[in-house]
Ligand binder design. Structure first.
Ligand code: FA5
Length: 340
């Protein structure tokens, strides 16, 4: 039995040293020392030996077992180290390479202008409200004195979802929504920014653009309040020397109505290419809220009056930054956007 032990040991040594990886080594361990392993079965047969030989064989068997365990542990360490070294080699990082530059996004120029305008009106005591972009014909047209056969509809053709539901053509419907919600409380002082849609498409007209509606209703609101508020707005946004010009105009939902121009931001009013020699640039429409608009919304026109205005945010941004094509705002061209 001693010879058998020696033979097992020498075979096992070779097997352990030659095990190519950890899973092969584990198989060798089970084959030798497992419950049905070679050494284990050999030891089981010890009771067949004459009693006087047993201690000697037993001693040697223990020594063989110990040696096998040591060899296995040693080989296991070796294989683990080798695997780690291979992994380190494969996943090597060159920490001396320069990092990949990554560019940080920033606020879109239209959002910058919107935030600036909002700051001005918040400072004047206005709150910011919003209305739906998908709007009822009633709010977008009817409640604003634009019935189905009114020619003013031609200037604001839009995308209809059904006969009565459309993409709003301006932010003016928010006037009616706000008044309905607040009636008969006074004062009302809100601005309503948002997207609007029209059947337009050229360098200064986009099918989707942004407006800001302004609305103030109170007991003693006068046209001069509108002028004062708009002058403050224009001077805050375009600079202290900016002047305003009111031209008589027509909107079905204001009376009287005006188109409002600012003195040209390029030439200061002298006349240049941008203002086409006139010295003035149109930026918004405005007027005193038509009494019927107040009445359909639940206000008593014997006790209150209001003014309203609507300006195009793209127009303001174009003038402020000297941009000549409105479509640049929506082209997502990084070379354009990164200038702001
Ligand atoms: C209106 O939309 C009225 N709701 C404004 C108003 C509000 C008047 C309250 C009275 C009281 P208008 O269609 O003129 O008016 O548009 C207002 C502004 O939106 C214009 O001055 C212009 O700056 C901008 N605008 C109009 N159409 C486009 C377009 N297709 N693309 C970009 N901006 C536009």
């Amino acid at each position: 039995m001693l010879e058998e032990l020696e033979a097992l040991l020498s075979q096992a040594r070779d097997a352990i040293i030659q095990a190519p990886d950890l899973s092969a080594l584990e198989k060798v361990r089970i084959r030798l020392l497992g419950r049905k392993g070679e050494l284990t079965s050999l030891l089981r047969r010890m009771n067949q030996l004459p009693p006087d030989q047993r201690p000697l064989v037993g001693q040697r068997a223990n020594a063989v077992k110990e040696e096998l365990e040591q060899l296995l542990t040693h080989r296991e360490d070796e294989l683990k180290n080798r695997a780690l070294a291979a992994r380190l080699q494969a996943e090597a990082l060159d920490v001396t390479l320069p990092g990949r530059a990554f560019t940080l996004g920033h606020t879109h120029p239209l959002t910058l202008v919107l935030e600036e305008i909002e700051r001005v009106f918040l400072g004047l005591g206005f709150s910011v409200v919003e209305g739906p972009e998908v709007e009822l014909d009633w709010y977008n047209f009817e409640a604003l004195n634009i019935p189905k056969d009114h020619p003013a509809r031609d200037m604001q053709d839009t995308f209809f979802i059904t006969e009565e539901i459309l993409l709003r053509t301006h932010t003016s419907p928010v006037q009616v929504r706000v008044l309905e919600r607040l009636a008969p409380r006074l004062p009302v002082k809100v601005i309503a920014p948002g997207k609007v849609y029209r059947r337009d498409d050229d360098a200064t007209h986009s099918p989707m653009f942004h407006q800001i509606e302004g609305l103030a209703v109170d007991r003693h609101i006068r046209f001069s309040d509108l002028k004062g508020i708009l002058l403050t707005f224009a001077q805050e946004i375009f600079g202290g020397g900016t002047r305003l010009r009111f031209r008589p105009s027509y909107f079905p939902f204001t009376e009287p109505s005006a188109e409002v121009d600012i003195s040209c931001v390029i030439c200061g009013g002298e006349g240049c290419r941008v203002c086409k020699g006139t010295g003035w640039l149109e930026i918004l429409g405005a007027g005193m809220v038509h009494p019927r608009v107040l009445e359909v919304s639940g206000y008593d026109t014997s006790t209150c009056r209001g003014f309203a205005f609507g300006l195009g945010i793209e127009r303001v941004a174009m003038l402020k930054y000297g941009i000549n094509d409105l479509r640049l705002f929506f082209g997502n061209d990084w070379r354009f956007l990164s200038q702001f």
